[in-house]
Design a protein around this ligand. Structure first.
Ligand code: NA7
Length: 561
């Protein structure tokens, strides 16, 4: 039987373990659970600390109305076990938060993971002791744990961003952030609700909130491209067909750009400008009707040529004009300041249609910025709007926020926050020089957020475990990225991005959504398949770019004799 976290309270463990541990894993979402599983399978002893009161990560916290994955559920599942995928039955093309959380619990139970997971324990600090080659990890629950390795599985979108709008504390009503939504139901029926933010979370939440609220006002700073998800219940034959081709689907996903098996089939190997407008619009229309991200995975130059990109952008703008009845609202909802696909594509269900509802309105912050939050609601440069509830759909301190929230002290007392003051620096997104035995899963400089993160999570879990097994075989106990390799990787990630339109958008890929955050393009954009090839080449070249040590392995042997 499967269970949700609302059905069963989390287990409280006796906080006891044999020290030193091989590894402390931080975070019990998809990444942390997989990491624990593969470490155990390889014979390493690890515990997982989780700040939430239960497992699930992103899917524990993001419970806002309409929360749903933007990768198809059959793809957004672990790929390492044929047995698990055969047993689990997804019900919809794009799974809702509650179903994904149930899936995570199902996997944790099947793999018996809970006994090594400690909820309600936020890792606050970790200090590397060079002499002992050990990390000392501290949690806000009072734990002080020694481990050879720390593996960060904290996710890329987990530290919420609540903008510093003056007066928030004065507001008389309720306030919520989509990424930190309460577990207990929030009743919006008959209320006047404001949603600030129109990224993926806002776009998913707005139609659902509109169904409940008496009045909904959307505060939009940047209009986004929203493609129709065309979500639908999965039929048994759809599930069976995927099940029967599982190995092929998995292998294709791993070798693909976006970590899904379909994207390459959809790719047309020609420029958008090679087709006449009529053909092009027919192709865009077909993709629009397929739903999901199919439209941006069509012509091969949409993410490299502004003129090609504009043909797709204009197609979406024409859809917005056709759907939204009020011309002024349609114009405000039409994105015109970034290229389509250069921010993560949003998938919606009745998003644009919702603005035709008489009780829904849009405030365009470009022409009417928010000045402050007052007791009754929100005051812009033009008016004061009154509300019972404020919903912040304002995103996350993405990619680095949760890593820098831990006070890491590496070799020679160097702080990670100091080292990354001008932006994150890693080798392969896995390690950073000066911090031996500290691994990051789907870290800055990896492709994680560009596509299906599950594929990247498994790749990183496998890569790290393989590296540790290699160290055990060679009697090595310390690994660190070299400075040269790190510098070269940072340059490579930047060069790859600079060949695309990605860096031109003010996106969270660039840290642009957080005031004061260094503007550095963070993800590796050339696809999960190519990235895997590069990681495998590093292994074949005897872990080129990594320096290994064997100090304590030798000391331990000497002491044993
Ligand atoms: P996003 O994509 O970062 O969206 C946040 C939205 O909030 C976006 O529209 C922002 O406008 C807006 N925002 C942020 N700060 C403000 C302020 N101060 N005032 C007004 N509006 C603001 O986060 P999501 O949670 O929607 O999605 C994150 C990812 O989760 C998503 O890509 C999926 O992978 C799942 P901006 O565009 O910065 O002008």
């Amino acid at each position: 039987m499967t269970r949700t976290d609302s059905q069963q309270p989390p287990t409280t463990h006796a906080r006891k373990w044999d020290q030193p541990l091989d590894a402390v894993v931080v975070g019990a979402g998809f990444a942390g659970l997989y990491m624990l599983h593969v470490l155990r399978e390889a014979g390493f002893r690890a515990v997982v600390f989780e700040s939430g009161e239960d497992i699930g990560g992103t899917w524990f916290w993001n419970r806002y109305p309409g929360a749903r994955c933007d990768i198809e559920s059959l793809d957004y599942s672990y790929k390492f076990s044929d047995a698990l995928q055969r047993e689990w039955q997804w019900t919809e093309r794009y799974a809702a938060q509650e179903e994904i959380l149930r899936y995570i619990h199902f996997v944790a139970d099947r793999l018996d993971l809970r006994r090594d997971i400690f909820p309600n324990s936020r890792v606050t600090a970790a200090r590397y002791d060079e002499r002992a080659n050990t990390w000392t990890v501290r949690t806000d629950a009072g734990d002080v744990v020694q481990a050879r390795l720390v593996i960060m599985a904290t996710g890329n979108l987990s530290t919420t961003n609540v903008p510093a709008i003056p007066g928030r504390e004065k507001f008389h009503g309720e306030q919520y952030h989509t990424g930190h939504w309460p577990k207990t139901p929030v009743d919006l029926k008959g209320k006047r609700v404001a949603v600030i933010g129109t990224g993926s979370s806002g776009i998913q939440a707005i139609p659902e909130i509109a169904r409940q609220a008496a009045q909904l006002t959307v505060f939009q700073r940047t209009a986004n491209y929203c493609l129709p998800a065309l979500n639908h219940p999965l039929t048994e034959s759809e599930r069976a067909s995927y099940r029967d081709q599982f190995a092929k689907m998995r292998d294709t996903s791993r070798a693909s750009i976006y970590g899904t098996p379909y994207s390459e089939d959809l790719l047309l190997h020609r420029s958008a400008l090679a087709d006449d407008p009529e053909t092009r619009n027919r192709i865009y229309q077909e993709r629009w009707e397929l739903g999901g991200g199919a439209l941006v995975r069509s012509y091969n130059d949409l993410l490299t040529d502004p003129a090609a990109n504009d043909t797709a952008a204009e197609f979406i703008r024409s859809k917005i004009r056709a759907i939204v009845k009020d011309a002024k609202t349609a114009a405000a909802l039409s994105p015109n300041d970034h290229h389509i696909g250069t921010k993560r594509i949003c998938l919606g269900t009745n998003y644009y249609e919702t603005f035709n509802e008489p009780h829904v309105s849009l405030v365009d912050l470009k022409s009417e910025p928010i000045e402050e939050i007052v007791k009754a609601g929100i005051r812009t440069s033009k008016a004061t709007y009154e509300f019972d509830v404020l919903v912040f759909a304002t995103g996350f301190d993405a990619l680095t926020g949760s890593l820098l929230r831990v006070d890491f002290e590496g070799r020679n007392g160097q702080r990670l926050s100091e080292k990354w003051a001008a932006g994150p620096r890693t080798y392969l997104g896995l390690m950073t020089n000066g911090f031996p035995n500290l691994f990051m899963m789907t870290g800055p400089g990896s492709p994680a957020v560009i596509g299906n993160v599950i594929v990247s999570i498994e790749q990183h879990g496998d890569w790290i475990t393989q590296c540790l097994a290699h160290m055990r075989e060679q009697r090595l106990d310390c690994v660190e990225a070299t400075l040269d390799a790190e510098n070269a990787w940072v340059e490579r990630v930047n060069t790859l991005a600079s060949r695309t339109l990605f860096p031109r958008a003010n996106s969270w890929y660039l840290g642009a959504n957080i005031p004061g955050k260094p503007r550095v393009f963070i993800p590796y954009v050339s696809g999960v398949g190519q990235y895997r090839v590069e990681c495998d080449e590093v292994v074949r070249a005897n872990y080129k770019g990594f320096a290994f040590g064997k100090g304590t392995a030798d000391r331990a042997t000497a002491e044993a004799h």
